[in-house]
Design a protein around this ligand. Structure first.
Ligand code: NAP
Length: 278
């Protein structure tokens, strides 16, 4: 029997716990989100983050810049936010326009307010086994989802398809820390299906229909991170859910799996940074 990994229910449970936790404080966290340009997907993500934060009693400020904003203007704003004691968490919504060097921007965020865990200090801490101020939200959400369903990670072969800085790479380290044996695949990987078929836990973070029938081992755990719109405008994941679900022991749906967990972890990181700031 296949179990659906229900990210929505777990998100609701986590958000309700965070709300209760925040009620005991006189002060509230302040999360500042910097949004550059008019990317429709980014606007939706940022709105969701703001709405969710406000529902928990978190002060949420969105600073929207036009797409031609200069790098130095953004850097000045980040410096101002870094030194403002009221601001406890800073997030720069990616992607940024091409004329802006995203590394310069992310590196400017003070690590103790880096709610995404993307700064070199936090990423470096993760990779050397020190506790970062915050763990990247999507990988953290995936680990929480696996733990919620008591899925064994230690000793298992985890195959991650995708090697981005926001999902694949940090997730590989987090799974390694939990004693999985980890393989990372990408667009140059040869014989992808031969590798995915060896996964006890298969995580796909690509953004296209890539995990098809007969690409998984029987009873594998399948986590679908990908999100894209198909030719009919319908939201899809990387996994051909209908073809693969019956072969899996556990599978996360799109929508309703990893997406809700990512936002829950953003809120959890916001609360953790706030508590560490006191
Ligand atoms: P990304 O930076 O675009 O990386 C995509 C990765 O997929 C790259 O490592 C790329 O390989 C690999 N890839 C592309 N085509 C491939 C192929 N044919 N075979 C194997 N690997 C292939 O993406 P991302 O930011 O990590 O996001 C990935 C997907 O997850 C997107 O759909 C995004 O919207 C979604 N996402 C969802 C959430 C959520 O909360 N649900 C959060 C973050 C991202 P190369 O490195 O060789 O180019």
């Amino acid at each position: 029997m296949t179990t659906i990994l229900d990210g929505k229910s777990l998100r609701d449970k986590i958000l309700s716990e965070l709300k209760t936790k925040l009620e005991k404080y006189d002060k509230k966290p302040t999360l500042v989100v910097i949004l550059v340009g008019e990317n429709p997907a980014s606007k939706i993500y940022v709105n969701n983050k703001k709405k969710t934060a406000e529902s928990l009693g978190i002060n949420s400020i969105v600073i929207n810049y036009p797409s031609d904003v200069s790098e130095s203007e953004l850097l000045n704003k980040i410096e101002e936010l870094n030194t403002n004691p009221e601001v406890t968490a800073i997030l720069v919504q990616l992607p940024l326009p091409k004329h802006i060097n995203k590394f310069n921007i992310i590196n400017a965020i003070t690590p103790s307010k880096d709610v995404d865990g993307f700064t070199p200090e936090n990423a470096g801490k993760l990779f050397i086994g020190e506790t970062p101020y915050a763990y990247p939200c999507t990988p953290k959400g995936i680990i929480k989802l696996l733990e919620e369903y008591n899925i064994e990670i230690s000793g298992k072969h985890a195959v991650i398809v995708g090697r981005s800085n926001i999902v694949g790479k940090p997730l590989s380290q987090m799974l390694l820390d939990k004693n999985a044996t980890v393989t990372i695949c990408h667009s140059h990987t040869e014989n992808l299906s031969e590798i995915t078929k060896t996964a006890d836990i298969l995580i796909s973070a690509v953004g296209g229909k890539i995990i098809l029938e007969n690409m998984i081992k029987n009873n594998a755990v399948v986590i679908d991170v990908g999100i894209f719109k198909d030719e009919n405008g319908k939201t899809r994941g990387d996994v051909d859910f209908e073809a693969v679900a019956s072969q899996a022991s556990y599978i996360s749906p799109v929508p309703g799996g990893v997406g809700p967990m990512t936002i829950a972890m953003l809120m959890s990181n916001t609360v953790e940074l706030f508590e560490k700031s006191m």
